[in-house]
Design a binder for this molecule. Structure first.
Ligand code: GNR
Ligand code: NI
Length: 172
């Protein structure tokens, strides 16, 4: 197991669309394990492969709360096949430390994907899980939460990320 460095906005690699996974091998399983360790350590409720610099169509999600057993969901080559309704949720992103913003998305999603062994599955989700699936699916298409908001909120997010980096001592 290994902790992977998480790319931060405005790293240009976060804007690149990821490519389909074709090999379901030990290397993929190791990547999923390392991503899970990285997500839990952050802590976060989701992580897309391109956030750790791997341009593959793969993300993981675990929305279980601290007092619940972990519930890791692995989505390889996901396809959102149905979006219904709308909801607004105050989102954060591990690539935007210190920032959060209300984002409007579908209330309910139907997604088809494969697990890390290549087995296909279909899942219908609402609430936070639906938000997380849409957030992570955006990541693997090179779309970030800052791309979903108006220019005013965009400036707010940029400032929040910048200020958080200054506080962390890793920006000039
Ligand atoms: O940890 C995360 N929390 C979160 C909260 C509301 C909506 C989306 C998210 S995803 C985020 C982790 C992350 O950046 N995944 O890409
Ligand atoms: Ni994110």
């Amino acid at each position: 197991m290994a902790l992977l460095p998480i790319l931060k906005y405005p790293d240009p690699r976060l804007k690149e669309p990821a490519l389909p996974v074709t090999k379901f091998d030990a290397e993929l399983e190791k990547l999923v394990e390392d991503m899970a360790e990285t997500m839990y350590a952050a802590p976060g409720i989701g992580l897309a492969a391109n956030q750790v610099g791997v341009l593959l169509r793969l993300f993981i999600i675990d929305i279980a709360s601290e007092d619940e057993p972990s519930d890791l969901k692995v989505f390889v080559n996901p396809e959102i096949v149905e979006l219904t309704g709308t909801q607004v949720y105050e989102e954060g992103c591990l690539s935007f430390p210190g920032a959060s913003e209300e984002i409007k998305r579908a209330a309910k999603v139907r997604v088809r994907a494969q697990d890390q062994k290549g087995n296909p599955f279909e899942l219908v989700a609402d609430g936070l899980l639906a938000v997380a699936i849409q957030h992570e699916n955006d990541h693997i298409n090179g779309v970030l939460m800052i791309d979903k908001v108006n220019p005013l909120k965009r400036r707010k997010i940029s400032r929040q990320v910048h200020d958080a980096q200054v506080r962390a001592g890793d920006a000039i």
